[in-house]
Design a protein around this ligand. Structure first.
Ligand SMILES: [Zn+2]
Length: 415
């Protein structure tokens, strides 16, 4: 299985927007831009919404059938580990191994010396085409990289062979993610990570490093855009080099997680992809659910009441909801309106605080981020919430498709 050059990870917490999401991709295809849809959902999301991987497979299959999509599509077991991968084996054909927890884990001595011995010929200077400077790699630097990353790569090997034994090597796509960690990986670290992954026999097609700056859920990038642009280009140069120099698959590409709403990065990403003729996988991070909530808030009184209830409960259960997402949220509690104030709001007030439009004075990024993780509250509402989605399907699906096509696909891949 070969993932296309451009692919889009469409997360859909409640599984109701499959057709709307695919509609955005069909629109791009009509404009001559081929993007492979990948439905992704993690164990964490399944637990919170009380769903199973089979639900995602059904959603994807039904959407593809209804929309007469003839090209490839995949179902991604997102952020899996050896502990939960079995849950996903039957329904998924794309696996994102999360090995971030194994970065810096203590490796056994033999493993470390093995890593260092294998790559000690890299000590010295290294030039990577597309990067202006040459890198001086010292023995100490190599040792530091070995102890930082070799346990994570060994773990990825274990996960890969586990899935391979169950599904067969050619029947799934492999992504390795290291994004949910504190330190961004440098270009040189990425270089050794890719060499070692190739040597471990893992045919990865996408890799999700941690990029510089902050990729918070549902809001724009926080950090220096120029520094990001430079490091993103360096990463692309390393990937191009890796596909030429080692046995990494030809279509190896970067994967950007929590990629939705990073509006200030899309210009630099678009430019870099063109410069390197590179592919990209980008995952949306569940903002489809925010479009659902925004649609309800403006649809009618009952919809607005649901949106207000979600917020009031989210505020009172702040720590519980934000706990699993500490690395990808930055909420300033002082700017959150009280539940009593929000209770007075009209649908338009709610939507303008919530919608990601930075030119709008009322836009409140903390309010939006808290609602992003509040999908647990909506899940607990059960049919009250799902029935409202169905009632307002038209307005919501239009928002979902437009958000992905106009605000994401166009600036990233087209324009
Ligand atoms: Zn991720």
């Amino acid at each position: 299985m070969m993932l296309g050059k451009y692919s889009f990870g469409i997360g859909d917490r409640f599984g109701r927007q499959g057709k709307a999401l695919l509609q955005a991709i069909i629109k791009a295809k009509e404009q001559g831009v081929n993007i492979t849809p990948v439905w992704n959902k993690s164990q964490r999301e399944h637990t919170i919404t009380k769903t199973a991987p089979a639900c995602v497979r059904t959603e994807a299959d039904e959407a593809v059938k209804a929309m007469k999509w003839k090209d490839s599509f995949y179902v991604d077991a997102d952020h899996i580990s050896l502990e939960n991968v079995d849950f996903f084996i039957d329904s998924s054909d794309f696996f994102t191994f999360d090995v971030a927890n194994f970065i810096n884990k203590s490796a056994d001595e033999k493993e470390l010396t093995g890593f260092i011995d294998k790559y000690k010929n890299h000590v010295g200077s290294l030039a990577i085409p597309g990067i202006d400077k040459t890198f001086d790699i010292s023995a100490a630097h190599l040792e530091a990289i070995a102890s930082k990353f070799s346990p994570a790569i060994k773990q990825a090997g274990k996960i890969y062979r586990h899935i391979e034994a169950a599904k067969g090597a050619d029947n799934f796509i492999t992504e390795i993610s290291m994004d949910e960690t504190d330190q961004p990986q440098t270009a040189i670290e990425l270089y050794f990570i890719l060499v070692a992954i190739a040597d471990e026999g893992i045919p990865i097609q996408t890799i999700a490093p941690k990029f510089v700056g902050h990729f918070n859920k549902g809001v724009d990038y926080v950090g220096n855009v120029d520094i990001f642009a430079k490091s993103f280009e360096e990463n692309l140069a390393v990937i191009t080099f890796a596909t030429r120099e080692f046995s990494s698959p030809e279509n190896l590409k970067l994967s950007v997680h929590s990629g939705s709403d990073k509006f200030s990065l899309y210009g630099p990403i678009n430019k870099a992809l063109k410069k390197f003729d590179a592919g990209l996988h980008i995952k949306t991070s569940g903002t489809t659910w925010l479009e659902e909530l925004a649609g309800l808030a403006i649809a009618d009184e009952a919809g607005l009441s649901i949106a207000k209830q979600v917020y009031a409960k989210a505020l009172s259960r702040f720590d519980e909801l934000c706990g699993p997402y500490t690395k990808t949220l930055d909420i300033d509690k002082n700017t959150l309106p009280s539940a009593a104030i929000v209770e007075q709001w009209s649908g338009a007030d709610f939507a303008s605080a919530f919608r990601h439009d930075k030119s709008c004075e009322k836009y409140n990024g903390s309010f939006r981020q808290l609602l992003h993780v509040a999908y647990k509250i909506a899940a607990e509402m059960g049919d009250d919430f799902l029935d409202a989605l169905e009632k307002h399907e038209q307005i919501i699906s239009k928002n979902v498709a437009e958000n992905i096509y106009e605000r994401h696909i166009m600036p990233i891949f087209m324009e």
